[in-house]
Unconditional design. Structure first.
Length: 248
């Protein structure tokens, strides 16, 4: 999707909401008028703005062997893990006025459906000293973090900005430009994944240019052909909205 068209759509929706703000509208009508969680043409919303339908809880780091090992487990063992994780999700994830909210703790919110090649759009807003990321096919990650000196992570290149493939050994690990907005403002991510390669735009700026993504869990193998999208979080509140996906 052309990011500029997405931004124009966002501005149009904001204007529509302004014009309608004086009317007596229900919460659902206001959400629709604001185009919140309403996908652009060709995309579908994988977060419906109302509840956690379509999502599970998962942290592959807690499973020796990662995603591949989980897939080899028998159904009863998988169910035991998923049931425990779902209780954790309900403790730390919630929906607030059409926004997906995590309190900085807990397992990662994970799509129940696996994905291959795709284009992913989402908005996020976080707080000082928070750390997060977007896992692609269950593998870490498009990095999101506090890029200020006060965040305490300049030694590991946080000053260069979010959006890089942080667990890559080489190219793509660090973003091409610093594109983060100040705390309190929404950031927009556009992630395109084709085969092993990933392109990332943050706030309409190219930060990763078609770089091969490393397999964090099985370093001697290519990244998995399919897998879930995961919203990773730890260290501080983060909010997501307008989470849209298009298969390629």
């Amino acid at each position: 999707m052309n990011t500029m068209l997405y931004l124009k759509k966002t501005l149009f929706c904001a204007l529509a909401m302004t014009l309608l703000s004086s009317s007596v509208l229900s919460a659902a009508e206001k959400q629709k008028a604001n185009c919140l969680n309403v996908p652009p043409e060709g995309f579908r919303a994988i977060f419906n703005g109302k509840d956690l339908s379509g999502w599970i809880g998962m942290n592959f780091h807690q499973i020796k062997g990662g995603p591949a090992a989980f897939r080899k487990m028998d159904p009863d063992a998988q169910k035991k893990i998923l049931d425990k994780n779902w209780k954790d999700v309900l403790e730390h994830w919630s929906v607030d006025k059409g926004e997906l909210v995590n309190d900085g703790h807990g397992v990662y919110l994970t799509t129940a459906e696996d994905h291959g090649d795709f284009e992913l759009l989402l908005d996020y807003k976080t707080v000082a000293k928070a750390d997060s990321g977007i896992y692609l096919r269950g593998v870490p990650q498009v990095q999101i973090w506090d890029t200020t000196e006060a965040g305490g992570k300049w030694k590991i290149k946080a000053n260069l900005g979010s959006g890089g493939l942080y667990n890559n050994k080489g190219e793509g690990k660090l973003p091409l430009v610093h594109a983060d907005k100040p705390f309190g403002e929404w950031n927009h991510l556009q992630i395109i994944m084709k085969g092993e390669n990933v392109t990332v735009y943050l706030n309409d700026k190219l930060v990763v240019d078609n770089e091969k993504m490393d397999n964090y869990f099985e370093k001697d193998k290519p990244i998995y052909k399919t897998g879930p999208i995961q919203l990773q979080t730890h260290g501080g509140e983060i909010r997501f909205r307008n989470v849209f996906l298009k298969k390629i």
